[in-house]
Design a protein around this ligand. Structure first.
Ligand code: HEM
Length: 245
């Protein structure tokens, strides 16, 4: 796998199946994901979990508010307010990541994955790897082609959630940003066939994201187990381990 910055090289101790310890190969430590990349990943992950949890409530308000002397305690409005606040955190993280992918020098290894997407040999080897019949292909970028396409689909869904979310938002807050976005969002709402469908689409896209998360975690664990380069550790530390030979 191609990488950007080489931090250091060291010899790793190898323990074979019978427990013999020996030094048998050179392993390199490479910075795979920048700090900005890792931060936005986790901010996005936690915001998505929060948005799904509050989204389920907004779809079906199952919690009965505590009875007080007030005529109503605006519980639904409270959930919606927090959903919108975290919704804007999600929007910021998605926009930051899109900017990094397109323009940042440190993210060249992400863009390089496009070469693997158009290479049929990499596709065949990658599918073979997931079927446990061939070795993992040598990649030019940090993502394999299937991973790259599934992330692209994730971004389509994320932008869909953002647009439909903003349409719903302008019907709740009419001042400030809500007022500023009102006309453009109304035009998109009309193109989509009305507010009822927009809400339906927002909901369906949530299920798309839930499906993505399940597959994403499964594949990340699969890669960590079979490739042994520290796939999961890398999204926390930024470091992956690569053979130098
Ligand atoms: C991962 C991202 C998101 C998920 C999973 C999500 C999920 C949901 C769900 C399930 C609903 C209820 C829809 C229904 O009636 O069935 C909802 C409503 C809503 N969402 Fe989101 N959402 C996300 C992002 C956003 C964003 C970015 C915004 C905009 C800032 C937003 C604003 C809203 C608003 C205003 C409502 C309507 C509440 C109402 O009907 O009063 N959402 N969301």
């Amino acid at each position: 796998m191609d990488t950007t910055s080489k931090e250091s090289t060291k010899i790793q101790q190898h323990v074979d199946i019978e427990g013999h310890v020996g030094i048998d190969e050179h392993i390199g430590r490479d910075l795979e994901y920048s700090a900005a990349y890792r931060w936005q990943h986790w901010i996005r992950a936690f915001s998505i979990i929060f948005l799904i949890a509050t989204g389920f409530y907004l779809a079906v308000p199952v919690i009965t508010p505590t009875v007080t002397n007030e005529p109503t305690n605006f519980m639904y409005a409270l959930f919606r307010t927090w959903h919108i606040i975290i919704g804007f955190v999600f929007i910021a993280a998605i926009l930051l990541k899109s900017y990094l992918f397109i323009f940042a020098k440190k993210h060249e290894n992400e863009r390089a994955a496009l070469w693997d997407v158009i290479n049929p040999i990499v596709w065949v080897k990658q599918i073979g790897f997931y079927l446990l019949i061939s070795k993992h292909p040598k990649l030019r970028g940090v993502y394999n082609p299937m991973q790259f396409l599934s992330y692209t689909l994730f971004y389509v869904m994320a932008f869909g959630l953002i647009i439909t979310g903003l349409i719903l938002f302008v019907h709740v807050y009419h001042e400030g940003l809500g007022g500023f976005l009102y006309e453009p969002m109304r035009s998109i709402e009309v193109m989509l066939g009305g507010l009822a469908f927009v809400r339906e689409l927002h909901h369906i896209l949530m299920w798309g994201v839930i499906l993505f998360i399940v597959i994403h975690i499964y594949i990340a664990v699969y890669n960590a187990v079979f490739i042994k380069e520290g796939t999961i550790d890398a999204i926390i530390s930024g470091i992956k381990w690569h053979k130098r030979v």
